[in-house]
Ligand binder design. Structure first.
Ligand code: AMP
Length: 358
């Protein structure tokens, strides 16, 4: 069995490590020089939409998957008759465009913040009026880690938001004063078997995920999130891991976005769950029975952004993952996972490590 993986970043690398343990070979497609997944298999160094490289990947592999959601849909459509592609292209299409994504949540009865599509300055003014300030303006496509976003707090910001982002299709979204953010990570295999991990509580800083903790003591939220996950995955006839990011207010959840791939907020599953999200993604796309998603303790994950300080390398009661990337401000270079025997001890360790590695 050989799996073709589009994208050879850190998610590709962690998929590659899981594949090695399953005795499965991986072949990656990525134009970058020296990407993290180079240590797990051959990387075909061509653009993601290179027709010849994709055709060759399809010929030489048994199934194709991807590690990021901006894979060009047109390029995948060129090979979809030759090889199974999971997660399905339709999931990718919805996740690539915030408007389609929100329309899908609405259609499936998954609660979400009120929003408007914005294509003109008049649309933006009308959205500001209808949704009431503050609102968040987001590009429909290609936004990540808080990029391509503008918070409109007063009517004076409306023009500035249009100047900053107005050259592309946008959505305007109600500002949510959430208590905290969670992600629900689910997995579904080709036969339709579904499992989900315990919710992760996530903290972002400057739009980038900083820490995740799982499990959290929130049975009502867990039931709701599991319901949304299985509705979404069932509707899309989904195969693979899917991460649904949600805002929490009391016992209410509002969907923010979903990623049709393994997710940063699920990195804790490598040491903190019986089967990691990476192994389960591979099991799903190979149509093997899914592994248990049970926690092995109280897990916490701290992202290493911009630098991996020496203090991170000296920790002896935590797991360091160094992706082997060249340091750059704002770049995710690695992460640290702790697994504790109580939520209290996990939280204390996460907070301590987070302070020392900043
Ligand atoms: P996103 O790229 O949509 O995941 O947004 C990045 C982060 O910005 C989220 O994780 C939230 O912390 C924040 N954010 C996004 N949308 C909203 C919103 N409508 N209300 C409040 N905060 C938001």
């Amino acid at each position: 069995m050989r799996i073709g993986i589009i994208g050879a970043g850190q998610l590709g690398q962690m998929l590659g490590f899981a594949a090695r343990e399953l005795g499965v070979e991986c072949r990656f497609l990525d134009p970058s020089i020296s990407p993290p997944a180079r240590v797990c298999g051959e990387v075909v160094q061509r653009p993601f939409d290179d027709a010849a490289a994709l055709a060759e990947l399809a010929r030489s592999c048994d199934v194709i998957t991807y590690e990021f959601e901006n894979v060009p849909v047109d390029a995948l459509q060129q090979i979809e008759d030759q090889i199974p592609i999971y997660p399905p292209i339709d999931a990718l299409r919805h996740a690539q465009d915030r408007l389609y994504e929100k329309q899908l949540f609405g259609k499936l009865g998954i609660p979400l913040p009120d929003y408007r599509a914005v294509d003109t300055p008049e649309d933006l003014a009308a959205a500001a009026e209808a949704l009431a300030l503050p609102i968040v303006i987001k590009t429909r496509r290609l936004g990540y880690d808080g990029k391509g976003q503008f918070v409109v707090r007063t009517s004076r910001d409306v023009d500035a938001a249009w100047k900053a982002l107005g050259s592309q299709p946008l959505i305007a979204e109600q500002w949510v004063s959430f208590d905290y953010e969670v992600s629900a990570i689910g997995v579904r295999n080709v036969d339709g078997e579904v499992r989900s991990y315990a919710l992760s509580r996530n903290r972002h800083q400057d739009g980038i995920l900083r820490t995740s903790r799982s499990p959290i003591d929130a049975p009502v939220l867990t039931d709701k999130a599991d319901g949304y996950l299985s509705t979404l995955m069932g509707h899309l006839d989904y195969v693979g891991v899917l991460a649904l990011e949600l805002f929490v207010s009391g016992d209410h959840l509002l969907a923010n976005e979903f990623a049709p791939r393994v997710h940063n907020s699920g990195h804790w599953t490598i040491e903190g769950a019986v089967t990691s999200q990476f192994e389960n993604h591979l099991r799903a796309v190979m149509n093997l029975p899914l592994g248990s998603t049970k926690n092995l303790g109280f897990a916490g994950m701290i992202n290493l952004i911009g630098t991996i300080p020496d203090s991170a390398r000296r920790l002896t009661d935590a797991h360091l993952h160094d992706y082997g990337k060249t340091p750059r401000p704002g770049r995710k270079l690695g992460h640290i996972t702790v697994v504790a025997d109580s939520a209290h001890s996990r939280d204390a360790r996460v907070e301590k490590i987070d302070k020392t590695v900043t």
